[in-house]
Design a binder for this molecule. Structure first.
Ligand SMILES: [Zn+2]
Length: 114
């Protein structure tokens, strides 16, 4: 995918990669905290930065089939969640273009938990 510039977010509420601290998203871009990922609680986020997306694949989820791409931290390559490419039912279409971040794999950069 070539070289990508790492983006530093500034503000009071920021989530970062729990492994390397790379900034990923503003807290106010989280639209739901009631999702479930591979490792438990996951957040639905409107915008995520500093990630690389993998190959698109069809996956069957509790809410139906979706085309998704896993996302990894562009700094340390660790899995963080996925992004929705296509949803097949109209009530799930709002998720297209949005991201899932696994709660256990991100940290609160504004409070320096790490
Ligand atoms: Zn990382």
């Amino acid at each position: 995918m070539g070289y990508m510039h790492k983006v530093f977010l500034s503000g009071t509420g920021i989530y970062g990669c729990s492994n390397c601290g790379t900034h990923l998203a503003f807290k106010d871009k989280v639209s739901s905290k009631s999702y479930t990922g591979q490792y438990g609680t996951a957040y639905l986020v409107d915008e995520v930065t500093n990630v690389r997306a993998g190959e698109a694949e069809k996956r069957n989820m509790t809410t139906g089939a979706h085309i998704v791409r896993d996302i990894v931290c562009m700094e340390c390559n660790r899995y963080l969640g996925w992004t929705y490419v296509t949803a097949f039912t109209s009530d799930q279409k709002f998720k297209e273009g949005k991201f899932i971040l696994e709660r256990s794999l991100i940290c609160d950069r504004s409070r320096n938990w790490d």
